[in-house]
Design a protein around this ligand. Structure first.
Ligand SMILES: *[C@@H]1O[C@H](CO)[C@@H](O)[C@H](O)[C@H]1NC(C)=O
Ligand SMILES: *[C@@H]1O[C@H](CO)[C@@H](O)[C@H](O)[C@H]1NC(C)=O
Length: 181
């Protein structure tokens, strides 16, 4: 009991420090276009990264952790619309193999969404290795889906092919940005 109380206080302090850090940095650090470009610079495709961060109203005032958080949010939104569209496509698929491939893709992007929710939490807790592990796990689902689509000659609309490429580019950006924290 004598130990339990201080421990409880410690974790409360820890949680408070996380939220203070977030609020504090957002307001205090002069973050702008230059920081966005600096952070996105090492990504394979900086323009995709920059476009995602700027699409968020908080992008211009985010610190580098905030920028990583926004990219994870873009990834999650992207995985969500891919999941929905794969589901719609699967339901209208005529071929049995095609239907199974698309259903697997939808399930995969759903797993990605779960991983990305966890990634946002571990990012907030400053566990950057775990965050990158989760972003990578979320990316594996997309890679698996793409391989399956190509291997089984399944046709998907150009918009979805493009969204999957953006998903890969944003994953790469997040992994490289978080790697340097
Ligand atoms: C996919 O299509 C290509 C050419 O259109 C063909 O060579 C290949 O065998 C097909 N693969 C499958 C798994 O149907
Ligand atoms: C999903 O479908 C909606 C409605 O057709 C479309 O607006 C959107 O661009 C699609 N997104 C992806 C990632 O394919």
């Amino acid at each position: 009991m004598g130990i339990a109380l201080p421990l409880c206080h410690l974790s409360l302090l820890f949680l408070l420090s996380i939220s203070f850090n977030h609020v504090g940095h957002r307001n205090l650090v002069f973050a702008d276009e230059a920081l966005i470009e600096l952070q996105c610079h090492n990504a394979e495709v900086p323009s995709t990264c920059i476009q995602c961060v700027k699409s968020d109203p908080k992008g211009e005032s985010a610190d580098k952790v905030g920028i990583a958080f926004i990219i994870i949010t873009c990834l999650s939104n992207n995985a969500g619309s891919l999941k929905n569209n794969m589901t719609v496509l699967a339901s209208s698929a005529r071929g049995k193999v095609e239907k199974i491939v698309l259903q697997k893709c939808a399930k995969g992007f759903s797993v990605s969404m779960d991983d990305l929710v966890k990634a946002a939490i571990t990012l907030g807790a400053k566990d950057y290795d775990k965050t990158n592990g989760l972003v990578a796990a979320a990316l594996v689902q997309e890679v698996y889906c793409k391989q399956n689509i190509l291997g089984k000659n399944v046709t998907v609309p150009d918009g979805m092919v493009y969204a999957m490429r953006v998903y890969e580019e944003l994953s790469n950006a997040a992994l490289r940005i978080i790697d340097r924290f």
